[in-house]
Design a protein. Structure first.
Length: 275
C-alpha cells in the first residue's frame, strides 16, 4: 500500500543529514589534540587513535547521551592522563575558536523551499545541549519549530520519546510527519511508531530498489514521481534517498486540480493545509 498523503512536517536528524563536522570527525572535536598537546607537550601522537577508540566505546555503551566531561576523561585516561587538570578539562569544554560543524551545501535551499510550502520542521538529534545555539550561529535555527535533544530529554533514539517530542514541536500527528535520518535502524523505529521515514545515504545517488519509487510516469498526485511504499522489503521500510533535495519530492504540496478534473486523481483526498 502506498502512502500518498502530502507531508505536513519533517523531522530531521542533525549530523550526517543537515551538518557535517569541520575536520572530518564528530568526536572529539577537531582541536582536541592541539589542546591536549598544549598541556602535555611530550605526549606521543600515536596514542590518540587508540584513545579515541576508547572514547567511542564509552559513548556507544551509554543508553543516554553521555556526560561530556566523563567522555573526555575516558580519552585522557587512555592517553595516560588519569588525573587531568581542571584547566585542561575546561578548555576541552569551552566553545571552539571556530565553527565545529558546517551545513551540507543542499541544506539551506531545501529548508527554504519547505518553509515556502508551510511544511513545519524540527530537529531530532542524539546530541549534547547547545545544538540550537549552533544552528542559530549557522543562520538556520529560524527554520525549525524546535529541537528534540537527547541530553535534555534523558534518552536517545530509538526511544519513542525522542520522536514524540519532534512531532509535538510541530503540533502534528506521526502520520503527517516525515522522519529523515542517516541510520536506517532509527528510520525503521520511526515507521513502527506510525511516522513516515526515509534514510538519507549521502554516499549514493541511486535509491533504486530502496523502497522509494522513482517513476516519472506514475499517476502521482504530488506530481513528483516519488512515492513511499509501505510494502517494500527494504529494512527501513521507507526507502533510501541519496540527496536531501529528494525530501522536496516527498513533501511537495498537492497541486490545484485542473478544471473538470478531480482534486486527487489517485490516493485519498488531500488533508487541509497546516493552520
Amino acid at each position: 500500500m502506498e502512502d500518498r498523503r502530502p507531508v505536513r512536517g519533517v523531522m530531521f536528524d542533525a549530523g550526517g543529514v543537515l551538518t557535517r563536522p569541520v575536520g572530518g570527525r564528530w568526536n572529539p572535536r577537531y582541536d582536541f589534540e592541539r589542546i591536549v598537546a598544549k598541556h602535555h607537550p611530550h605526549l606521543r601522537t600515536e596514542l590518540f587513535e587508540r584513545a579515541f577508540t576508547a572514547g567511542q566505546r564509552f559513548l556507544d555503551a551509554s543508553t543516554v547521551t553521555a556526560d561530556r566531561t566523563a567522555y573526555h576523561r575516558t580519552i585522557l585516561t587512555a592517553l595516560g592522563i588519569p588525573n587531568p587538570s581542571e584547566r585542561l578539562l575546561t578548555e576541552l569544554e569551552a566553545p571552539a575558536a571556530g565553527p565545529v560543524i558546517e551545513l551540507y551545501p543542499d541544506v539551506r535551499p531545501v529548508l527554504e523551499q519547505l518553509r515556502r510550502w508551510d511544511v513545519r520542521m524540527s530537529v531530532v538529534s542524539d546530541n549534547w545541549a547547545g545544538l540550537e545555539a549552533t544552528f542559530a550561529g549557522l543562520d538556520v535555527g529560524h527554520y525549525f519549530a524546535g529541537f528534540a535533544i537527547s541530553e535534555l530529554l534523558g534518552c536517545r533514539k530509538p526511544d519513542p520519546r525522542m520522536y514524540a517530542e519532534g512531532s509535538r514541536l510541530l503540533g502534528l500527528e506521526p502520520r503527517d510527519c516525515l522522519f529523515v535520518d542517516d541510520d536506517p535502524e532509527l528510520v525503521a523505529a520511526a515507521l513502527r511508531l506510525g511516522y513516515r521515514g526515509v534514510t538519507l545515504n549521502r554516499d549514493t545517488d541511486d535509491p533504486a530498489g530502496s523502497g522509494v519509487t522513482l517513476d516519472r510516469d506514475a499517476d502521482d498526485p504530488a506530481g513528483s514521481g516519488v512515492t513511499l511504499d509501505r510494502d517494500t522489503d527494504d529494512p527501513a521500510a521507507g526507502g533510501v534517498i541519496g540527496s536531501l533535495r529528494q525530501v522536496l519530492s516527498l513533501s511537495r504540496p498537492w497541486p490545484a486540480p485542473r478544471p473538470g478534473s478531480p482534486a486527487t486523481p489517485a490516493g485519498p483526498a488531500a488533508p487541509p493545509p497546516p493552520p
